[in-house]
Design a protein around this ligand. Structure first.
Ligand SMILES: C[S@@+](CC[C@H](N)C(=O)[O-])C[C@H]1O[C@@H](n2cnc3c(N)ncnc32)[C@H](O)[C@@H]1O
Length: 447
């Protein structure tokens, strides 16, 4: 047999649609808790256009899950069994591709019956053909025109209600922004280059961010290894709003700084770039996530003191020497970054919020005594829920009379009880919250 024939018959081409359904089946298993989409995608290292198509389907189905499911359910004469979840996910993937991708409709309609056979569900081939053929005649807007608004906007009922309560004038716009593909944003390493030089080196499609001084938007996104100087640490991927907490943290150049809740180390690296001579420690609860901080710092060619421990229980990891500055990027609902992590909408439950709010308050109370008088603590979340953000900080300020809110509020910022709330904006930053809290210098350090 000629060599080329042999290769054709033995090298299996991975099917991006099949991989997408397999990945989605772990993220949205139908029953029980799903895994994080980001983590699952690490197990599917498809490259090039196949990888792009697979990731597009996974993110797209998670992002638009509710309206896709709503229309699909209306087409079924009887509900699909729980064991047919892979078939459901295949149909949702087909609907997503038809309504959101530029791939030809006939190719999509023809691909999915074959995919059902690959899923060992040949019984679903006819169903797939009928459903996708019908969908190809209409738009998603027509398909869900009569559905309630939170279904159209693909949000769980509890979350939409909370947004309506917290942001009565903004809930719809926030939901619509979260249906967009997020921008690709970079942070320039100020120790290696100027932002203007980095923009010039990136060339077409690169522009400066308008709030964070080292941020660059790049459209379209590029694989990181194609970014000039990425491997040498000259650039890092980081949303513009996420760059603000470390940017606004004030400390002496050689001060002692704690990055509490540090993994995977995006802000630790940024703090190192901003304070190269500081005594910087990064604290993280989960041991295996400490390794992620180490990897990220190695790419930047730097290091910090790594501590494993619980930020709400300093006696287990603190050496007793106070800090000049503390960054608390607290665990939160991640409701500000749903366009980047759309699976969070389906994994998060209403009952999680109270637990998070309680943990955040305990962390604030436990870390505050570790701050020197005159020092600054920046509290940040990637949430747009007021209980985690300005209400949390307002309550903290009431408990801690020596704490003063010194957060900058640029013109146009939404007025909240304390701190600065940013919302996801089309072509702009993620939803994010931060508060800069200064400890009055008359305050005593607790032991
Ligand atoms: C929002 S993420 C931090 C992101 C990070 N600052 C960055 O910029 O890359 C929150 C982190 O807090 C960690 N965490 C959760 N509970 C913690 C605790 N009690 N003490 C310390 N870290 C905790 C989580 O494992 C997670 O890595």
């Amino acid at each position: 047999m000629p060599l080329s024939m042999n290769l054709v018959t033995t090298v299996a081409t991975p099917d991006p649609r099949l991989s997408a359904v397999r990945a989605l089946n772990r993220v949205l298993p139908g029953k029980g808790d799903g895994e994080s989409l980001r983590e699952v995608l690490r197990d599917f290292p498809l490259q090039g256009s196949d990888g792009g198509q697979m990731r597009d389907i996974c993110f797209g189905v998670c992002r638009h899950l509710r309206p896709l499911n709503h229309w699909l359910n209306q087409q079924l004469s009887k509900p699909l069994k729980g064991s047919a979840q892979p078939v459901r996910l295949a149909l949702l993937a087909g609907l997503y591709e038809l309504w959101f991708s530029n791939r030809p409709a006939h190719a999509i309609v023809n691909a999915y019956p074959q995919l059902c056979r690959k899923l060992k569900a040949p019984w679903a081939a006819g169903l797939s053909n009928a459903v996708l053929r019908k969908a190809s005649q209409i738009t998603l807007e027509q398909a869900v025109a009569d559905a309630p608004i939170n279904i159209q906007l693909s949000l769980p009922d509890w979350l939409f209600k909370r947004w309506e309560k917290d942001w009565p004038n903004n809930a719809d716009a926030m939901a619509r922004a979260n249906l967009q593909t997020p921008p690709f944003t970079l942070r320039v390493n100020r120790q290696q280059q100027q932002r203007a030089d980095a923009i010039a080196a990136l060339g077409e499609g690169a522009r400066a961010g308008y709030i964070a001084p080292y941020s660059i938007y790049l459209q379209p996104a590029r694989p990181v290894l194609q970014l000039p100087g990425f491997e040498q640490g000259a650039l890092s991927v980081q949303d513009e709003a996420a760059q603000l907490p470390a940017e606004l943290l004030q400390a002496p150049a050689k001060g002692r700084i704690l990055d509490a809740c540090a993994a995977p180390g995006g802000k630790t690296g940024q703090l190192r770039e901003k304070f190269p001579a500081a005594d910087l420690s990064a604290l993280e609860l989960e041991g295996k996530r400490l390794a992620r901080i180490r990897e990220n710092l190695a790419r930047l060619g730097t290091d910090v003191t790594l501590l494993q421990g619980d930020a709400s229980d300093p006696k287990t990891w603190w050496d007793g020497t106070p800090f000049d500055a503390i960054l608390l990027d607290a665990p939160c609902s991640a409701t500000g970054i749903l366009r980047r992590q759309p699976d969070v909408k389906w994994h998060r439950k209403a009952s999680d919020i109270g637990v998070l709010v309680d943990l955040q308050a305990r962390m604030l109370d436990a870390l505050w005594p570790l701050l020197k008088p005159g020092g600054m603590l920046v509290y940040a979340t990637c949430s747009v829920l007021r209980d985690e953000n300005d209400h949390q900080v307002r309550n903290f300020l009431q408990r801690q009379p020596q704490a003063r809110d010194v957060t900058p509020r640029p013109e146009g910022a939404t007025m909240v009880d304390a701190g600065w709330q940013l919302f996801p904006e089309q072509h702009g930053p993620d939803g994010f919250y931060l508060a800069c809290l200064r400890k009055e210098s008359g305050a005593q350090l607790s032991s």
